[in-house]
Design a protein around this ligand. Sequence first.
Ligand code: PRT
Ligand code: ZN
Length: 298
Amino acid sequence: MSEPRERLRIAVQKSGRLSESSIDLLAKCGLKFRTSRDKLFCYGESLPIDLLLVRDDDIPGLIDQGVCELGIVGRNVAREYRAGSEPSSVTWNEVCDLGFGPCRLSIAIPNEEEFTGAQQLAGKRIATSYPNLLREYLLKQGVEASVVVLNGAVEIAPKLGTAEYICDLVSSGSTLQANQLKEVAVMLQSEAILIGTRQEFVDARGPLLDTLLRRLEGILRVRESKLLMFKSARQLLPSLLRHLPDAELPQLSRIDGADDALGVQVVCHQAITWPLLEELKRMGASQILVLPVEKMLA
Ligand code: PRT
Ligand code: ZN
């Protein structure tokens, strides 16, 4: 184990689908950066935390080489890297899901073919940029097929005749549709995740990493969180509170001139919908307010 540096380094995608959201998320954690001329390094000005801007595929390896402690990648990239590595050489864990960049790694076949199950993949050529995950999947299904590795334009392989089927990332499904393909099996649900050096190393980082992870946790938690305020008669409160989604303990206050009525403030961590508000009103809550939560430190 190498000596921890004084500063933390986080690797994020330089330019691509995850770049903007990754940097936005870190900015919400209060991190401010000065970008180097070559735009590969961002020096942290508000905290001693720097960014490395790189290709997403390089991020897991950079952590293993000790170049950085944390990285933001798609789960698909992290799992593909792990599936192709010696277990002892992988030094990081998946720390948490970040809630952006959703997609899935799926098998797709031509529209005109029926799909009867994984056995249908036997003996076929399947084009993919995820050979390690695909081999793992085929092994688990007990199917032998040939894996054709392509680094881009996987979806045109069936038309070109270089493979019968494909295994690729899908989000809206329009790329598959445009190529007359259909999704028949989901191998992995993916989104952006934070990966970081293993616990023992993380512990050695001390308060700085702790601060960052706490802020991140707060931001992820408040995304869906709302402060709900309403008035209710004391005896109605227990049943009203049972209706609230993922609610914290409420803060109650007396209302002047109304002996039986209470003011209620409660943080809910799931979406508060119109039907829910209407239901609360029907049950006897009044003057209901829903407010966004900007920051939260548990
Ligand atoms: O240059 P670098 O290597 O850093 O970037 P990259 O080109 O490898 O990755 P990039 O920027 O395309 O994607 C980064 C990450 O975004 C991926 O690893 C996923 O975790 C995530 N992500 C989310 C996606 C998609 N959605 C996605 N739709 N990555 C790729 N796609 C592609 C997919 O490969 C297919 O070609 O979009 C097409 C399908 O999209 P739909 O909407 O038509 O289904
Ligand atoms: Zn990439």
